[in-house]
Design a protein around this ligand. Structure first.
Ligand code: C2E
Ligand code: MG
Ligand code: MG
Length: 443
């Protein structure tokens, strides 16, 4: 080909630059993208339009990259219709837009002697450091991504698929979007009723955080809360949650309904903040909410890691008059001696132990839950069963003496106005309870 330097030399040179860039990216924590692409049906183009026109298309493609205003992109012709392109990138979230832009540029129609030619291009992308840490690995990864693009029918771009790194990329996107989510009012709370299994009366609610992402829609707290914990944003968001719960309580109260306690999940970093207790007190008094209207839920694993220190914080919360539950109980290997010393009121049995609790053929949960119930009786602790979904689970738990039930069987988490309605109308889920009894009798 006339304008393209010969592959051998180019490749060596290109490879050396790739190594240099990776070294640099290592120091300044940036990214190196390696793109491999070729034309689908290049042979057909050569046959139909002639080799000269085939070469012309390759030249057009390469000059599109060479003509880009900045020198960030470096292109290498690998022979035949194969190209490699590398570029550096400072931010992870710039990667996808930039790749799409380049892909669109390459796919613009070319004018050749036989007329307008629409390039169909298979593009594979690999990213340092996500997909590979060295130049060879990156080349192979990009090539494999390109091959997959071809196997799926060609004319598409495809990122090297490494499940772990895909996940990392997704989480990095979420993390970026979480900044400012509070200010953009993308968070809101829902409230799941805790119901007395004998009477159906609603005894309280658990506040659960929701994030509506402007493009991705609802994101599960299981995905985004660990990110908030990692980057410590949970402290700020956690305060917002407390304030929001207080405001909701004020609004329900103002509307004339009797309010019931709302429990709030507290994460470890929030709990360990030196001014956690003072902030709680401040928020409560700003809203004139009695401390008894708020309970905190803290996970078993969080409590176990720093024994005495935690007992002190819990004691202060307790002396303020707030209830304390141990969340996800059963999953964190509580030492029984600690459990006795923790000033807690309630154990919330983790959902994983509730599923199929009545069915000894399907699970060993019955034994575990029976043991937790016995433990709670002797330590004088209340128990909440979490994630109760079926009438049989409910009946089994009720027979064991578990009085408080939270789960989809009674209700999914509700928005604030639905809570209001529930408190206004019946205050109870006795109807659901009746249906459950009928369902059990019918069998
Ligand atoms: P968690 O505190 O154990 O909350 C209970 C979870 O179980 C909630 O999931 C709830 O929607 C779900 N659930 C309740 N009943 C059922 C049922 O019958 N079936 C099934 N399949 N699920 C049920 P969600 O809202 O997705 O929250 C997940 C976890 O995220 C929570 O577990 C908690 O650890 C965390 N989280 C949620 N909101 C907050 C928050 O405001 N602050 C903090 N720090 N963590 C939160
Ligand atoms: Mg909870
Ligand atoms: Mg739980």
């Amino acid at each position: 080909m006339e304008n393209l330097p010969q592959p051998g030399f180019m490749q060596e040179h290109f490879f050396a630059s790739l190594m240099t860039r990776i070294k640099q990216a290592e120091t300044d924590e940036s990214y190196v993208l390696l793109l491999r692409f070729d034309l689908d049906g290049f042979r057909k183009l050569n046959e139909q339009a002639g080799y000269r026109e085939g070469d012309r298309v390759l030249n057009i493609l390469s000059s599109r990259i060479d003509d880009l205003p900045d020198d960030n992109e470096q292109l290498c012709w690998l022979g035949a219709d194969e190209f490699a392109l590398m570029l550096g990138m400072d931010d992870r979230d710039e990667i996808e837009p930039r790749v799409s832009q380049l892909y669109a540029l390459l796919r613009e129609p070319c004018e050749i002697n036989t007329g307008r030619f629409q390039p169909r291009i298979s593009l594979g992308i690999a990213v340092y450091p996500d997909d590979h840490m060295d130049g060879y690995g990156l080349m192979l990864a990009a090539e494999s991504a390109q091959r997959h693009a071809k196997m799926r029918g060609g004319a598409q771009l495809n990122y090297y698929s490494n499940k772990i790194h895909e996940q990392a990329r997704y989480l990095a996107l979420l993390e970026k979007d979480l900044h400012g989510a509070l200010a953009r009012e993308e968070f809101y709370l829902v409230y799941q009723p805790k119901v007395d299994s004998t009477t159906g009366v609603v005894k309280g609610f658990e506040a659960l955080l929701r994030w509506r992402h402007p493009e991705r829609g609802m994101i599960s707290p299981v995905e985004f809360i660990p990110i908030l914990e990692d980057n410590r944003m949970i402290i700020e968001v956690g305060e917002w949650i407390f304030a929001e719960v207080c405001q909701a309580l004020v609004r329900w109260k103002k509307s004339g309904v009797d309010i019931v306690p709302v429990s709030v999940n507290v994460s470890m970093h929030q709990f360990k903040q030196p001014n956690f207790i003072e902030r709680l007190q401040q928020i409560l008094s700003e809203h004139e909410i009695e401390s008894g209207m708020i309970e905190i839920e803290i996970t078993e694993s969080c409590l176990m890691d720093d024994g005495q220190e935690n007992i002190n914080i819990l004691s202060q919360i307790k002396s303020m008059g707030m209830g304390i539950s141990i969340d996800d109980f059963g999953t964190g290997y509580s030492s029984l001696s600690y459990l006795k010393r923790f000033p807690v009121d309630t154990l919330k049995i983790d959902r994983s132990f509730i599923t199929d609790v009545h069915n000894r053929r399907k699970s060993d949960n019955a034994g575990i839950v029976t043991a937790i119930m016995a433990l709670s009786h002797s330590l004088h602790l209340d128990v909440v069963a979490e994630g109760v979904e079926t009438a049989h689970e409910l009946a089994f738990l009720h027979a064991l003496g578990c009085r408080t039930i939270q789960g989809f069987l009674f209700s999914k988490p509700l928005k604030e106005d639905a809570v209001q309605e529930l408190l206004e109308t019946s205050f109870s889920m006795a109807e659901t309870l009746l249906q459950v009894r009928q369902e059990l009798q019918a069998r």
